[in-house]
Design a protein around this ligand. Structure first.
Ligand SMILES: Nc1ncnc2c1ncn2[C@@H]1O[C@H](COP(=O)(O)OP(=O)(O)OP(=O)(O)O)[C@@H](O)[C@H]1O
Ligand SMILES: [Mg+2]
Length: 310
């Protein structure tokens, strides 16, 4: 069974005096299999939070439909098995961390001993044990984020939806959250989380979806998505006779760069590479390295981002 299935899911907002339409999400077709960790990537304003809010029933779609754990949106039985971390969790900040988690535990119907056990375990895993008795208004940003994660996992969810779980965390905290996601996966849970930071997703995700301007522009394993797009190929050579440089010109995408004895030649694709190598071999130049340059996710975003009216 798929944990998440959306079909042409879309959301338009109406804003301002003229009720101008803003399309936050357009025709989203997405499937996330059960047990998968799925990274939902996109630059600011791409529509990630909108998607998560739609899935959680916090916003009503203007088009399309979705199913979570095989059930329609808003289904109470499905909701009991879903954990959610909102983008900017805000809590009753006069409570202590323990009081808040205990309160959430009551909301999801856990009895007292189970609440105590889960709160202790999650606080330990998320390293907020020492902050449990502290009022939430005294929490740092990272501590709040960890508390939010503990809250999202309190009902032992089968499906976890997290909106930027690594935001506000220091490098160690990011790694801890990555490890946490991997542990959730090893326990057979499904994790769907949004982010705009590549290293956060590439280590833990089975698959990613890339959202730009409300549209899903790619979906699949990250390395496949990026591998499919070789931006350029760099050839390092030496002893290139100066008289053949003129003939190579039309193959190169940038001017040759000399590094000591060596010359760096950049071509756009494999066709040009084959021709360049043939010429170099013919001229008895030495070839030291051939290095394809994968497009980075940033470059990928930039290529897909259309200027949008704000
Ligand atoms: N209530 C609203 N009314 C009007 N426009 C909205 C509303 N909520 C969101 N939008 C617009 O929808 C688009 C998508 O916003 P969303 O918050 O989903 O992006 P995001 O991918 O989560 O971005 P970020 O990485 O900054 O969190 C943006 O252009 C935003 O301005
Ligand atoms: Mg967001």
């Amino acid at each position: 069974m798929n944990a998440i299935e959306t079909e042409k899911l879309g959301k338009e907002h109406r804003t301002g005096f003229w009720r101008k339409r803003v399309c936050a999400l357009s025709q989203l077709d997405l499937t996330v299999a059960e047990g998968e960790v799925f990274g939902y990537l996109g630059p600011n304003g791409a529509g990630k939070t909108t998607t998560l809010k739609l899935l959680m029933g916090l916003l009503r779609p203007t088009s399309g439909d979705a199913r979570l754990l095989g059930r329609p949106l808003g289904d109470v039985r499905a909701k009991q098995q879903i954990g959610f971390l909102p983008e900017q969790p805000s809590f009753y900040d006069y409570l202590t961390g323990r009081e808040l988690l205990d309160f959430f535990g009551q909301l999801v119907g856990l009895d007292r001993s189970l609440r105590r056990e889960r709160v202790e375990r999650l606080a330990r895993q998320l390293r907020i044990e020492s902050a449990l008795e502290l009022q939430i208004r005294k929490y740092s940003k990272g501590m709040l984020q960890r508390l939010g994660l503990a809250q999202a996992l309190l009902n032992d969810p089968r499906l976890v939806l997290l909106d930027e779980p690594m935001s506000g965390l220091d490098p160690l905290g990011r790694r801890e959250v990555r490890d946490l996601l991997l542990r959730l996966k090893s326990e057979g849970r499904t994790v769907f989380f949004s982010s705009h930071i590549i290293p956060d997703v590439e280590v833990v995700c089975d698959r990613v979806g890339i959202l730009v301007g409300g549209r899903l522009v790619a979906q699949g394993p990250l390395d496949e998505i990026l591998l499919a797009r070789i931006a350029s190929i760099e050839v390092t050579a030496s002893q290139v006779p100066p008289e053949i440089m003129g003939e190579l010109d039309h193959l190169l995408v940038t001017r040759p760069v000399s590094r000591g004895e060596q010359l760096l030649l950049t071509v756009r694709d494999e066709g040009a590479l084959a021709e360049l190598v043939a010429r170099l071999v013919e001229a008895k130049a030495a070839i030291h390295a051939i290095l394809p340059h994968r497009e980075s996710l940033e470059e990928y975003f930039l290529r897909h981002v259309e200027p949008r009216e704000v």
